[in-house]
Design a protein around this ligand. Structure first.
Ligand code: AMP
Ligand code: MN
Ligand code: MN
Ligand code: MN
Length: 273
C-alpha cells in the first residue's frame, strides 16, 4: 500500500491545483493521500466530486506554530475540513500570515526589492502568502537565480525574510486539530535543526498537549534518520506517519508517494482511525 500523508497544492505554496495533484498521485499508484496545505483547507471544496478511482483521500492541513522561538509545523490528519472551530483558528493563522508578509516585504524593500508585496501576492494567486511566494518573485525579477538561493540568502533561517509570525501556540494548534476530529502529527522532526535533547523536550510537550503521531518518514531522508525518529516515536508512544511534503513537479527528487517505507514493527497513524 502506498501512502502519502503530506502534500501541498496551490491552495498554499504548492504548484499544482488540487485535482492535478491527485491525478499525479494516482499516476504514482498512491492508495491513500492527504493534501496538507499550510494553514488552509481551501483545496478541499475545490476538489468537488470523488478522488481518482481506488484512491482514498484523507482530509488534512499543516498548521504553523512557534515553539522555543522556532517555527514548528503540525500536520492534522483525518480532520473535518469545514469544522467551525478549525476554520476560526485558520482565519487567525491567515491574519498572522498576512501581517508577516507585510514585514517580510518591508525588509526586502530595505534590501532593494521594490514591490515585493505585490509580487508575492501575484505569485500566491489568492493563496495565503508564504516565503516561497516571495522566493518565486525574487527569481522572476532576477534578484536571485533560483528559489534555493532566495532561501539561502534572504528568506531562510536567520536571514532578513525569516520573520516569525504570530502563530497560535503548540497547544492551540493541536486543540484546533482535535476539535475537527483529527489526529495531530509532528511534521518533519529532523528538519528543525534541534539537538536530540531539545527535540525530546518538544516531543514531551507535544504529547502532553494531545499530539498522537510523528512523521517518521518525510520527503527524502537517510535510513539513519528514519531509525532515529522511529526510536523516538516508540519512546514517546507516538504512531508513525509518512509523507513526501511534495510541493511541485519542478523538484525532481520529490513526487507524491515516492518515499521510503515506514519500519514494519511500528504503529501506523492510519491504524488509529
Ligand atoms: P512559510 O510557510 O511562509 O514559513 O514558508 C515555509 C515554506 O517554505 C516551507 O513549507 C517550504 O515549502 C519552503 N521552504 C522552507 N525552506 C526552504 C528552502 N531552504 N528552500 C526552498 N523552500 C523552502
Ligand atoms: Mn511549503
Ligand atoms: Mn512543513
Ligand atoms: Mn509541508
Amino acid at each position: 500500500m502506498i501512502v502519502d500523508l503530506h502534500t501541498h497544492s496551490d491552495a498554499s505554496d504548492g504548484c499544482l491545483a488540487p485535482q492535478a495533484l491527485l491525478a499525479l498521485a494516482a499516476q504514482n499508484r498512491v492508495d491513500v493521500v492527504s493534501i496538507t496545505d499550510h494553514d488552509t483547507t481551501a483545496a478541499y471544496p475545490r476538489l468537488g466530486g470523488d478522488p481518482p478511482s481506488g484512491m482514498q483521500l484523507v482530509a488534512g492541513i499543516e498548521l504553523s506554530t512557534t515553539w522555543a522561538g522556532r517555527g514548528i509545523h503540525v500536520v492534522g490528519l483525518n480532520i473535518d475540513p469545514v469544522n467551525p472551530v478549525l476554520q476560526r483558528d485558520i482565519a487567525r493563522q491567515q491574519a498572522a500570515r498576512r501581517a508577516r508578509a507585510e514585514t517580510i516585504a518591508a525588509r526586502l524593500a530595505k534590501l532593494g526589492v521594490a514591490d515585493a508585496m505585490a509580487g508575492a501576492r501575484r505569485s500566491a494567486d489568492g493563496a495565503g502568502i508564504g516565503r516561497p511566494h516571495f522566493a518565486r518573485h525574487l527569481v522572476e525579477i532576477g534578484f536571485v537565480k533560483d528559489t534555493a538561493s532566495a532561501f539561502r540568502k534572504y528568506l531562510g533561517a536567520g536571514k532578513p525574510g525569516d520573520v516569525r509570525a504570530n502563530w497560535a501556540p503548540l497547544a492551540d494548534v493541536v486543540r484546533s486539530i482535535e476539535s475537527a476530529g483529527g489526529t495531530a502529527v509532528l511534521a518533519h522532526p529532523a528538519k528543525y535543526g534541534l539537538t536530540t535533547t531539545k527535540l525530546r523536550l518538544l516531543l514531551e510537550e507535544f504529547v502532553a498537549v494531545g499530539g498522537r503521531a510523528i512523521e517518521v518518514v518525510c520527503g527524502s531522508q537517510t535510513p539513519a534518520v528514519t531509525r532515529r525518529i522511529a526510536d523516538l516515536a516508540r519512546d514517546f508512544g507516538l504512531a508513525a506517519s509518512s509523507g513526501s511534503d511534495f510541493h511541485g513537479p519542478e523538484t525532481a527528487w520529490s513526487s507524491p508517494g515516492r518515499t521510503a517505507a515506514l519500519p514494519r514493527d511500528i504503529e501506523k497513524v492510519w491504524e488509529l482511525w
